[in-house]
Ligand binder design. Structure first.
Ligand code: ZN
Length: 469
């Protein structure tokens, strides 16, 4: 067995991964706020989470994965001010908040499917877990962690020992107001809303009764309630973007641990930003792109996945049109390379699959178990494909690596077996070639090319590849 190492934000170190149970890993990935189509940076986070899941599965674990759907309560600031993102989007698009939420949830699910992201165990919606959130707030209230202001029920961070451990607030010089807005009613600058009251002057579309008054849940309590409902009081892994460390995840820890008295998460993993042309994505720069934008330009969604995996998840990644153009070509070339088949009637050397598989698995685990080094795995895949190894070995390596990379190689091979008709033509052409009838041989090569395949003459046997457009 090769030990898995993951970089844990809690300790800022690569740590040996040891799950709570022997064969099962519980993992929660902060899901999308469904007020708009996910942009490429959002999608990077789910490609990362999926690659992590696949890595754990490759190591023999079963993964119980939850990706929540935030369909209420996420305000335009990540703290407690501003308008609810869903209600705002609904107003702008003249739809109901419910229509907006379901519409963008579906688009999210379509996008991640195209990116070959495996379906999680659950996609819980915040609006369907209001009861659980209220229960959790009641526990916090009973234990004395909450207080009331004119606009909601707040969590008193001064009561929670080690508040901000994940964000390492003790090591940072914090100025109140830098991270969150100072509100005169808050007891401490970092206190946050658990429950917000519906405003008196505006009628909200999404609101619920609670012991404290009609309103809606805070964004952070959603994730605590849903993750603990499906995965238990302590989770093995929780992931999200690095922008969640200081507020969202810090607050998730405070309210969960205050309620249960147990450690909430053993391993916190955070994925870095995706830049566009080395700049932060923003509406004002007009550089927020979606998967649909790529598809409209003829790029394969999996070429985007490929591009994302060429950067390590903890590094900044950069998207440019040139980069996706090149990733798209490389991705097609990859499929073409793995489709290669030797066409011969002669019996070749016997390929020892069992032995090769052992060697390949070992090689892959060594690379990927080092904090998910996908760039290195991709580099190794190309090394193998360009090497002098047998075709069988190359194909096996590609198929194994793809269990982690998720580039759709096995699906492609299943759908694109070299047809017998093509094989026959290749064999015929080989006869002409051996008889030095170059003209006829060329004629056949052209014909095969027209049918979408190319023949390459290696030392003793021809190799045929599917042309990928
Ligand atoms: Zn969350």
């Amino acid at each position: 067995m090769i030990q898995i190492y993951l970089f844990n934000t809690l300790t800022r170190k690569k740590e040996k991964f040891k799950p709570l149970r022997k064969k099962l890993v519980t993992m929660y990935n902060c899901g999308p706020t469904v007020y708009d189509r996910p942009h490429l940076g959002n999608l990077r986070a789910y490609i990362f989470a999926d690659t992590l899941r696949r890595t754990l599965e490759y190591n023999g674990y079963k993964v119980k994965q939850v990706i929540n759907i935030t369909d209420v309560g996420h305000l335009t600031s990540d703290a407690d001010t501003g308008e609810d993102k869903i209600e705002k989007s609904a107003r702008e698009k003249q739809k109901s908040a419910w229509e907006i939420a379901r519409y963008y949830e579906n688009l999210f699910k379509e996008d991640i499917k195209k990116l070959n992201i495996k379906k999680p165990f659950k996609f819980p919606r915040a609006t369907e877990h209001i009861k659980e959130m209220i229960e959790l707030i009641k526990i916090l209230e009973k234990k004395g962690y909450t207080y009331r202001t004119s606009d909601g029920i707040y969590f008193d961070t001064s009561k929670f020992k080690n508040y901000g451990k994940l964000a390492q607030f003790d090591k940072k010089e914090l100025k109140p107001g830098a991270r969150v807005e100072v509100s005169p009613e808050k007891k401490n600058p970092y206190d946050f809303a658990l429950w917000k009251f519906s405003p008196k002057d505006v009628k909200r579309q999404m609101e619920w009764k609670s012991p404290w008054g009609i309103g809606f849940p805070g964004w952070h309590i959603e994730c605590s309630a849903m993750s603990m409902k499906y995965l238990g009081k302590t989770l093995d892994i929780h992931t999200g973007g690095i922008d969640h460390i200081d507020i969202h995840h810090t607050n998730e820890i405070a309210q969960s641990e205050a309620a249960t008295g147990k450690k909430f998460v053993n391993y916190w993993l955070h994925v870095n930003f995706l830049l566009v042309n080395n700049e932060k994505m923003s509406k004002s720069l007009g550089n927020i792109y979606t998967l649909e934008d790529l598809e409209n330009k003829g790029y394969h969604p999996l070429a985007f996945r490929y591009l994302m995996l060429t950067s390590h998840y903890r590094s900044l990644a950069n998207f440019t049109w040139q980069a996706i153009e090149s990733a798209n070509l490389t991705y097609k070339n990859l499929l073409e390379q793995v489709s290669a088949e030797l066409i011969t009637n002669k019996k070749g050397k016997r390929f020892n699959k069992k032995e090769a598989l052992k060697e390949i698995k070992n090689k892959i685990l060594k690379i990927i178990n080092d904090d998910l080094d996908t760039p290195k795995l991709i580099a190794e895949l190309w090394n193998v494909l360009r090497s002098e190894k047998e075709l069988e070995y190359k194909k096996l390596f590609a198929l194994e690596a793809d269990k982690i990379l998720g580039l759709g190689i096995s699906e492609f091979l299943k759908k694109n077996k070299i047809p017998t008709e093509i094989k026959k033509k290749v064999l015929l052409r080989e006869k002409f070639r051996q008889n030095k009838n170059w003209e006829k041989a060329d004629e056949f090569r052209e014909e095969i090319l027209k049918l979408g395949y190319k023949v390459e003459d290696t030392k003793d046997v021809p190799v045929v590849k599917k042309i990928v457009n």
